[in-house]
Write a protein that binds this ligand. Structure first.
Ligand SMILES: [Fe+2]
Ligand SMILES: [Fe+2]
Length: 245
């Protein structure tokens, strides 16, 4: 029996991608950092905020890595919001001292404000990184969805898209995997947070060129299966974005 408050969860259909987040029922807003453990190297994606959330993520990462934080040779933040960046300096103290942070150029400028002082690799659209095993991740920029410096990450080995805020949702009734109500629930998050149709359409066009088996967003639930992924892209395309002007 999984304890979602304490246990890391291996993502269905993968052998090495872990959900290390927190489906916070009190705030109705799940926050989902992910950990890829590729043989003896690991990458932590969108590590999260500080405070009680950091403790939860820290303990889940510790369990997934069996205490060996130094396996984390790479971290990535997919835009500059504190809900995914604030814990960076805390993790930086315990992961490999030569850790590299992959970050979009326009997001990199904000990292000093989080007191992150480690090495950064700045990425642009289509850039790739490889683990020692040869496994490749591709960085895809999604400008203005919802920050100028936003990007997503595609793992070609598992056909997983780490989408950060895109495909996220508020979720009072949270499940790790999206249920039949999830796609509709994405609208309440996406419509006010995404600014304009042109940038959303550009991001969706990029995603439609990929072979995606699952989407792992930073909020809400994992969208599993090609058909569900296709439907989710259609829902985002049809959103009435830029609501708060
Ligand atoms: Fe955000
Ligand atoms: Fe977020």
């Amino acid at each position: 029996m999984i304890d979602y408050e304490k246990d890391p969860v291996l993502i269905r259909g993968t052998e090495d991608i872990w959900w290390v987040g927190f489906g916070d029922k009190k705030v109705g807003f799940a926050n989902n950092p992910y950990l890829i453990i590729d043989e003896d190297e690991a990458m932590l994606i969108d590590p999260g905020p500080r405070g009680r959330f950091y403790k939860i993520v820290h303990n889940k990462v510790a369990k997934a890595l069996k205490g060996d934080f130094e396996k984390i040779k790479y971290m990535a933040v997919q835009h500059e919001d504190p809900d995914l960046c604030a814990s960076l300096p805390l993790f930086a103290q315990i992961v490999d001292e030569n850790v590299k942070l992959y970050v979009q150029t326009r997001t990199a400028a904000f990292m000093p404000y989080f007191e992150y002082e480690g090495a950064m690799v700045t990425i642009e659209d289509g850039d790739k990184m490889s683990f020692k095993s040869g496994r490749e991740l591709t960085f895809i920029t999604t400008p203005y969805v919802h920050f100028a410096g936003s990007n997503v990450i595609y793992d070609s080995k598992t056909k997983t898209l780490f989408s950060s805020d895109i495909f996220g949702a508020f979720s009072v009734d949270w499940n790790l995997y999206a249920n039949e109500y999830y796609l509709e629930a994405m609208k309440a998050f996406g419509e006010p947070y995404f600014g304009d149709h042109r940038s959303v359409a550009s991001a969706m066009e990029k995603f439609e060129k990929l072979d995606i088996e699952r989407i792992c967003p930073q909020h809400g639930s994992i969208i599993d299966g090609k058909e569900n992924v296709k439907n989710a892209i259609e829902v985002v395309k049809e959103m009435t974005v830029g609501q708060w002007v």
